[in-house]
Design a protein around this ligand. Structure first.
Ligand SMILES: Nc1ncnc2c1ncn2[C@@H]1O[C@H](COP(=O)(O)OP(=O)(O)O)[C@@H](O)[C@H]1O
Ligand code: SF4
Ligand SMILES: [Mg+2]
Length: 336
C-alpha cells in the first residue's frame, strides 16, 4: 500500500494514456495522466465535454471499446490493473472497483429482476454466500439507499430515474468496493432529485468509507462533493489541488478562465459551457500545450513542448510552463 505524505493512496495512476485507434489515426483521449486517489476521499474530475473524463474513468475498470489502447500504470490497493487479464478484472469489478453511470439502464439487464442483479453480483464474487444470504445483503443495501426491500421483485424499468440511480448505487456498494467511479451520476436527473442523490452519495460514502472519483462537467456538483478537484483539458490533467485551492487560488490559465467564465458567483450554479472557443481535436494531436490557442499567457515554448506536471506544493500540481523553474530542468519531465 502506498502511503503518500500521511495519506494512503488507494489508487495510483502513472503516465496513463488511452488512445482510440481510428482509420485517420489515434485519438489521444487521455495522454499522460498522473494522480492518486486517497482513501475515503472524493476526487472530482471536471472539464468540458470531450476532454477524456469518461475515458479515464472507464479505463480504470478496463471496460473500453476494443479500439482503445492503454499504456502506463494503474495500481488499485497495490494491484497492477494493467497487467490483469479480463477474467481477473471480472473478479475485481463490483468487488474492489465499481462504476455508477449517468444512465443506469445501460448497465442493467431490462429482463432481470432487481433481486437477480444483486444475487448475480454477490454470488459471482462470493460463491460461498447462499441465495438467502445474498437476498439479505441486497435488502440491506437497498435500505441504505432508501428503497423498500419489497422492490427486489421489480424490474429496473419499473423504477423512476432517481430510484433507478439509488438502486444502481446500492448495487455498486453492496460488496463495499475500495473505489467507486461515478460518471455524471446525476446529469440526467432533475435538480431536486439530483440534490437528493448527491446527499445520499455523501452519506453512503462516509458510511462505507470508500474512495470516489466523481466525474462531472458541473462545477457546482464538485464544489458540493469533492475534497480535491482534478481539472482535465483535452486529454491532460492540467491542475490537481484541494477543492478550495481550485476555487480560490487556481493557477492554470484554463482553470482561471473556467472560473472567470461562470456568469455568477454562486458556486452551486456553475456549468462549464461558457468558456470561449473550443478544445482542439484529439485526433493525431502532437506536442505542445493543448490550451495554447485559447491561453492569454501563451509563449512560444508552449506550442513546441508539452508542459510538465509542476508540483507547486505537497497537494497542488499544475501542468503549465508558467510554473516550471526552467526549460532545461523540466525537459526530462515533459510528457507526450
Ligand atoms: N470509441 C471512440 N473512438 C474514438 N474516439 C473516441 C471514442 N470514445 C470517445 N472518443 C473521443 O475521446 C475523447 C474523450 O471522450 P470522453 O472520454 O467521452 O470525454 P468526456 O467524458 O470528458 O466528455 C473525445 O474526443 C471523444 O470524441
Ligand atoms: S503552458 Fe503556456 S499555453 Fe499552456 S496554459 Fe501554460 S502558459 Fe498557457
Ligand atoms: Mg463523459
Amino acid at each position: 500500500m502506498n502511503i503518500v505524505d500521511g495519506k494512503e493512496a488507494v489508487c495510483r495512476i502513472e503516465d496513463f494514456r488511452v488512445h482510440y485507434m481510428t482509420f485517420d489515426g489515434p485519438v489521444k483521449a487521455v495522454d499522460g495522466v498522473n494522480m492518486e486517489v486517497y482513501r475515503e476521499e472524493t476526487l472530482g474530475l471536471v472539464g468540458e465535454s470531450g476532454c477524456g473524463k469518461s475515458t479515464l474513468g472507464s479505463a480504470l475498470l478496463k471496460i473500453l471499446p476494443r479500439t482503445a489502447r492503454m499504456s502506463g500504470k494503474v495500481y488499485l490497493e497495490g494491484e497492477d490493473l494493467m497487467s490483469k487479464m479480463e477474467k481477473e478484472m471480472q473478479k475485481l469489478r463490483g468487488a474492489k472497483i465499481a462504476m455508477i453511470f449517468q444512465d443506469p439502464m445501460t448497465s442493467l439487464n431490462p429482463i432481470m429482476k432487481v433481486k437477480d442483479h444483486f444475487t448475480e453480483m454477490i454470488r459471482t464474487h462470493k460463491p460461498e454466500v447462499s441465495e438467502e444470504q445474498a437476498l439479505e445483503m441486497a435488502a440491506r443495501a437497498l435500505e441504505e439507499v432508501g428503497i423498500s426491500e419489497s422492490r427486489l421483485n421489480d424490474y429496473p424499468f419499473q423504477f423512476s430515474g432517481g430510484m433507478r440511480q439509488r438502486m444502481m448505487i446500492a448495487l455498486s456498494i453492496v460488496l463495499r468496493p475500495a473505489l467507486v467511479i461515478a460518471d455524471e451520476p446525476t446529469t440526467s436527473l432533475d435538480v431536486i432529485v439530483q440534490a437528493q442523490i448527491l446527499q445520499l452519495m455523501k452519506e453512503i460514502q462516509s458510511h462505507i468509507r470508500s474512495s470516489m472519483i466523481l466525474i462531472t462537467h458541473d462545477l457546482g456538483v464538485v464544489a458540493e462533493m469533492a475534497h480535491r478537484i482534478g481539472v482535465m483539458y483535452a486529454g491532460h490533467l492540467v491542475e490537481l489541488a484541494p477543492r478550495d485551492v481550485i476555487y480560490y487560488r487556481p493557477l492554470h490559465p484554463y482553470t482561471v478562465a473556467l472560473l472567470e467564465s461562470v456568469p455568477n458567483t454562486d458556486i452551486n450554479d456553475m456549468d462549464l459551457d461558457y468558456i470561449e472557443g473550443y478544445p482542439p481535436s484529439l485526433l493525431n494531436i502532437g506536442e505542445g500545450c493543448r490550451f495554447a490557442d485559447r491561453c492569454p499567457k501563451v509563449m512560444k515554448l508552449c506550442r513546441d513542448r508539452t508542459p510538465p506536471d509542476v508540483q507547486i506544493d505537497e497537494e497542488h500540481i499544475v501542468k503549465c510552463w508558467l510554473y516550471a523553474d526552467s526549460f532545461e530542468e523540466d525537459e526530462d519531465n515533459a510528457s507526450g
